[in-house]
Design a protein around this ligand. Structure first.
Ligand SMILES: NC(=O)c1ccc[n+]([C@@H]2O[C@H](COP(=O)([O-])OP(=O)(O)OC[C@H]3O[C@@H](n4cnc5c(N)ncnc54)[C@H](OP(=O)(O)O)[C@@H]3O)[C@@H](O)[C@H]2O)c1
Length: 249
């Protein structure tokens, strides 16, 4: 249930910004998951790194604690089921496991904001090519697999290594797409991370373009030997909250 910029989670009212939410990361043991987990913990969220193997999750949490100390003091670890029990859930598994993982935890994800960051990609020679499912995007397929969840696409174009390096200014834009108020929660979540700028990319259908663009971006990085991320010019601050009278969703 939503009250303006506040989200009611069970008995708890979470301010969407500057809040300290409980966030679970499914498949949080890979580069992207541990990067997201470290960043979110570093800005005060309680983050549960999830894995199919809780010992692997604990090992990753231990590595992050050893590297970043008190800056990630709010990190814990567990199985994917424990991560799926959090208030907000990030699906950070390898891309072709995102939909089956959402389906496996669909009951736990119902009613929650679920962030899909998966990019379906294949490498052919010196380029990456997008792999999009029949639903259009992996985010839409996640939504179909967990229909009770407020699925939001985000973080697709932020390099994992930069996310995990808390000393590195990120300087990235994050395109955020979703069909309901979950999008506002994620926009505010992203804006709560220093040096990330959240951009409202509209409905979940636009995840198609975001996921597909990742193939072009990674190909540029491959061919130019770089780690480019997204930064758009020519836009002002986001209007918020969206105004349904203007056709915003
Ligand atoms: N890497 C990046 O820079 C980056 C940037 C933006 C978005 N992304 C997206 O973020 C996601 C994660 O990327 P990544 O590079 O971190 O991926 P990854 O290392 O290949 O995999 C992440 C985790 O997925 C879990 N996993 C593997 N096979 C699985 C299966 N069959 N079922 C369930 N879980 C499985 C593993 O966790 P456990 O074995 O511990 O369960 C693994 O540690 C991908 O969807 C990717 O497209 C990545």
């Amino acid at each position: 249930m939503w009250r303006g910029r506040q989200m009611l989670v069970g008995e708890r009212v979470c301010e969407a910004r500057g809040m300290g939410m409980t966030i679970g990361v499914l498949g949080g043991t890979g580069p992207a998951g541990r990067g997201i987990a470290a960043r979110l913990a570093s800005v005060g969220h309680d983050v549960v790194i999830g894995s199919r193997d809780p010992e692997r999750a604990e090992a990753v949490a231990g590595e992050l604690r050893a590297r970043w100390g008190d800056r990630v003091a709010s990190l814990t670890a567990g199985g994917n089921s424990e991560a799926a029990a959090a208030e907000v859930v990030v699906i950070a598994t390898v891309w072709d496991a995102a939909v089956p993982t959402a389906a496996a935890h669909a009951n736990a994800l119902a009613g929650k904001v679920v962030i899909s960051m998966a990019n379906g990609l294949v490498k052919q020679g010196r380029e990456f090519r997008p792999v999009l499912p029949p639903e259009g995007s992996l985010a839409a397929a996640v939504k179909a697999a967990a229909p009770g969840a407020h699925v939001v696409a985000a973080f697709h174009l932020v390099p994992a290594a930069a996310l995990e390096d808390l000393d590195q200014p990120l300087g990235s834009d994050v395109l955020v797409a979703g069909d309901d108020e979950g999008r506002i929660t994620v926009l505010d979540l992203v804006d709560g991370i220093p040096d990330l700028r959240a951009l409202d990319a509209g409905s979940l259908v636009n995840a198609i373009g975001i996921e597909a663009f990742s193939a072009a971006l990674l190909t540029v990085n491959l061919r130019h030997k770089g780690e480019a991320t997204l930064h758009l010019a020519g836009i002002g601050p986001r209007r918020s909250p969206p105004d349904p009278a203007q056709g915003d969703r």
